[in-house]
Design a protein around this ligand. Structure first.
Ligand code: GDP
Ligand code: ZN
Length: 428
């Protein structure tokens, strides 16, 4: 089957031209799809959703035809003769947003639902689409409105600054919202990980066991394991999950000086992936550990590192986690699997990932940015209650409120909307 989907302010002309009639709303009818001279292009099912009870909020018509692209093409061309044009990526969802069917966070969840890579991410995206995230944002926004109303009323009705007692009460109120926001921020961070995954780079000398560790974590034989140093030339991306947390593992080419141009390219790519990762797993061969292992790689300084001592099966040391100062050391064997579970738990903890809860929702960096800005403004507002006049506090509360509005789209710039919907696939 192919589905041609049309939506717009008035589909009267399209209905008359393509179907020769206006179908009963929301009922599947079996009908001919007509060409300009009245012949049948195809026969199939038509579904008509008149405004406002449709996905976009506008008249919507879905035509299910036989799945030959030529037929779908004919239908498209005929619809365009009758006044339709091709939709932009995400345009159906964009109209749904513009017509108040969804808020912006829900609209984004449509795309995230389509692209989710684990069951947990899928469930979380559905929660976002149902409004779980938006409701929390709206709840906070309502609390901020109340505060703003109080303080702006005070501004209007008195020339005095807020007195000491009132200021303390005000600070307490704002702080209560700050706490609620912190909880939401933690959930949102997790939502971003559900959407984007936690990215881990396997770094280490050739033959330390990077490819073997990748295979042990993914439970698949995807990377080539050999005892010839420099075998892994390309960067491998392996989507796997730990208790629902999507984990991207990047096995890098052995980072070593080389004259082979293919291998040099591998090293270059490894470095660029490393710079963007959430964490680096620096793997050393525990059976041949040297003092140079720790320093030889010049790893990027700002990305947290976990040191993996692989091949413990060849040594006397037991598998498991041992922390030394800031650095976590994990002793394991990629070959026997000993210590792999400890590594998985460590990665979940490092990502602050808790899999449980019906309250999970999917989220984007954009949401995290907005919540963080909201938090900064609230913290500023609390600080101002100690010293300054209510005007400055009111201004910080307004900025905090606006930041929340960006998430659900009550405050939004056109270029933001364009950016969000352009990343959708066509037809959604
Ligand atoms: P890479 O070059 O870092 O990707 O290393 P590989 O994963 O290709 O492994 C290099 C060699 O070490 C292979 O012969 C593996 O079988 C071996 N190896 C990897 N992990 C272990 C381990 O935990 N124990 C033992 N005994 N050998 C291992
Ligand atoms: Zn390898």
């Amino acid at each position: 089957m192919a589905v041609v989907r049309l939506s717009g302010r008035d589909l009267g002309g399209v209905l008359a031209g393509l179907l020769g009639r206006v179908p009963e709303p929301r009922q599947a009818i079996y009908t001919s799809f007509l060409s300009a001279d009245g012949d049948a292009i195809d026969q199939g099912i038509a579904l008509y959703f008149p405004a406002p009870r449709s996905y976009t909020g506008q008249d919507t018509l879905e035509l299910q035809c036989h799945g030959n692209p030529l037929i779908a093409d004919h239908l498209l061309r005929r619809a365009m003769e009758l006044g339709a044009r091709l939709a932009n990526p995400g345009e159906f969802t964009q109209r749904a947003f513009l017509n108040g069917k969804l808020d912006l966070a829900q609209a984004e969840a449509v795309a995230d639902l389509i692209n989710a890579t684990t069951d947990l991410a899928l469930r979380s995206a559905r929660h976002s689409l149902e409004g779980v995230f938006s409701q929390q944002v709206d709840g906070l926004a309502r609390a901020l409105i109340q505060l703003r109303v109080q303080i702006e009323a005070a501004l209007d009705f008195s020339d005095e600054d807020i007195d000491y007692l009132e200021a303390a009460a005000l600070a307490r109120h704002i702080e209560a919202n700050l706490h609620a926001l912190d909880t939401l921020l933690a959930q949102t961070r997790q939502g971003v990980i559900l959407r984007e995954g936690y990215t881990v780079v396997l770094a280490g000398r050739p033959n330390s066991g990077k490819s073997s560790l990748l295979n042990a974590l993914s439970g698949r034989d995807s990377a080539i394991v050999t005892d010839v140093p420099g075998t892994t030339r390309d960067v491998l991306r392996e989507p796997i999950q730990i208790d629902g947390m999507p984990l991207h593992i990047i096995d890098t080419a052995g980072l070593r000086r080389t004259d082979d141009p293919v291998e040099q390219e591998g090293v270059r790519r490894a470095r660029s992936h490393m710079a963007k990762a959430n964490r680096i797993l620096h793997i050393v061969d525990a059976s041949h550990e040297t003092a140079a292992d720790a320093s030889a790689l010049d790893l990027p300084p700002d990305i947290p590192i976990t040191r993996i001592h692989n091949k413990v099966d060849l040594t006397r040391s037991p598998p498991g986690i041992r922390s030394e100062g800031d650095v976590v050391h994990i002793h394991l064997s990629a070959k026997t699997g000993a210590g792999i579970d400890a590594l998985k738990q460590h990665l979940k903890q490092a990502a602050s990932f808790q899999a449980e809860g019906e309250g999970l929702f999917i989220a984007r960096r954009r949401h995290l940015d907005a919540l963080t800005r909201c938090r900064d403004h609230l913290a500023d507002a609390v600080a101002l209650t100690a010293a300054d006049g209510p005007e400055l506090i009111a201004e910080q509360l307004r900025l905090a409120h606006d930041a929340l509005g960006e998430i659900t789209g009550t405050v939004s710039a056109d270029d933001l909307l364009g950016h969000i919907f352009s990343t959708f696939c066509v037809g959604k």
